[in-house]
Write a protein that binds this ligand. Structure first.
Ligand SMILES: Nc1ncnc2c1ncn2[C@@H]1O[C@H](COP(=O)(O)OP(=O)(O)OP(=O)(O)O)[C@@H](O)[C@H]1O
Ligand SMILES: [Mg+2]
Length: 330
């Protein structure tokens, strides 16, 4: 199965939120791994499915000691928890000291992550440097995705970091992972995201252009455990879908051909409403990049169709249910 790692060079451009977005929208079941070497965030950001706090046990803290003796692939999910909305998560370590102390075990983890049955693994690697312990996990990924803000300082730091990372990866020869770049920019600022990526690719043409994730604060609150209505109609999720499409394309047939192992919720027979992506309410086609050209993202979705209140209520309930299935984090 696929292993995809997200990292930043400096600052807090949005690695955790972008990894959560991708994990939630991925076409197959995912395990979201918090491997931030500066200490994990997931524990603080999301409650568990039952509404209680996520805990450090089980998590990396309980899985890592087992890695000393090798790991069978099936054991990984035993150490995961289910976050609010249904996302399977592997809670991270609390401190950078714990991460450093466990550096030698990451290669074993990487092997096990690649073999989790029926599950692709999305890693939040946090800030990544040449000496980061989690580099030995990241470099065993199928795809390594840098996250930048479309701002000069963020772009400059990413260029510097890529200089080091591409040298490190080059030593792996044919086993080196591909690198991609995604830029976070304001909702209507896709041009800034494009030019940020173009600036980096001028020096690193082999880096894949993975496009924009919209900076969209209201729906992004769902990644902090807050309720958000109709996230699927927001720029954040539309740009997330576009990113997922690009990632799937970059990963190639391994993901596409095997798409029979869909997320369990996707088979819900009650999910009989049309998918929201082509905007049924406005009749607008969603552009290929997933970011609508203009106008409000969340127009009157329940316009009067002349049906009875009861039928309308039932239709709405079904849609809410199917949305929950499609949107696994919230
Ligand atoms: N797409 C987005 N739209 C709006 N706000 C965002 C988005 N992504 C991230 N943010 C905000 O940016 C801040 C940093 O996000 P996040 O924690 O994901 O970054 P990070 O790179 O993982 O940071 P750190 O290195 O501290 O772990 C948070 O306040 C988050 O709410
Ligand atoms: Mg983070």
């Amino acid at each position: 199965m696929a292993l995809i790692s997200f990292f930043s060079a400096k600052g807090a451009p949005g690695v955790t939120s972008t990894a959560m977005l991708v994990a939630a929208l991925w076409p197959r079941q995912t395990l979201l791994v918090d491997a931030d070497g500066n200490g994990g965030d997931l524990l603080m950001r999301l409650p568990s499915e039952s509404g209680l706090a996520l805990t450090q046990h089980p998590g990396l803290l309980t899985l890592l000691p087992l890695a000393r003796h090798g790991l069978s692939s099936g054991v990984v999910l035993d150490h995961s928890q289910v976050a609010l909305g249904g996302q399977q998560v592997l809670v991270g370590l609390e401190t950078s000291e714990q991460a450093e102390a466990s550096a030698a075990l990451w290669p074993t983890l990487a092997r096990a992550f690649r073999e989790v049955p029926g599950t692709d693994v999305v890693v939040d690697a946090g800030q990544l440097a040449a000496r980061s312990g989690q580099l030995s996990l990241v470099q065993r990924s199928d795809l390594v995705v840098g996250v930048v803000r479309a701002e000069p300082a963020s772009v400059m730091h990413m260029r510097e970091r890529l200089t080091v990372l591409t040298q490190t990866f080059a030593a792996l020869g044919a086993d080196a992972p591909r690198i991609g770049l995604v830029a976070l920019s304001g909702v209507q600022r896709q041009d800034e995201a494009s030019s940020a990526i173009a600036t980096v690719r001028a020096d690193f043409p082999e880096v894949l252009d993975l496009g924009q994730v919209a900076l969209d604060p209201r729906p992004e609150r769902m990644f902090h455990g807050d309720p958000v209505s109709r996230p699927e109609r927001t720029m954040l999720v539309r740009s997330g879908r576009s990113l997922v499409e690009r990632l799937v394309a970059a990963l190639g047939p391994a993901v596409v051909l095997d798409a029979g192992t869909d997320r369990p919720g996707d088979a819900d027979p009650t999910a009989d409403d049309p998918p929201p992506a082509p905007d049924a309410a406005t009749g607008q086609e969603e552009p290929a990049d997933g970011i609508p050209g203009g106008g409000p993202a969340d127009p009157a979705a329940d316009a009067d169709t002349g049906e009875s209140d009861e039928a309308h209520g039932e239709r709405r309930l079904r849609r809410e249910r199917s949305r929950k299935k499609r949107w696994s984090l919230r």
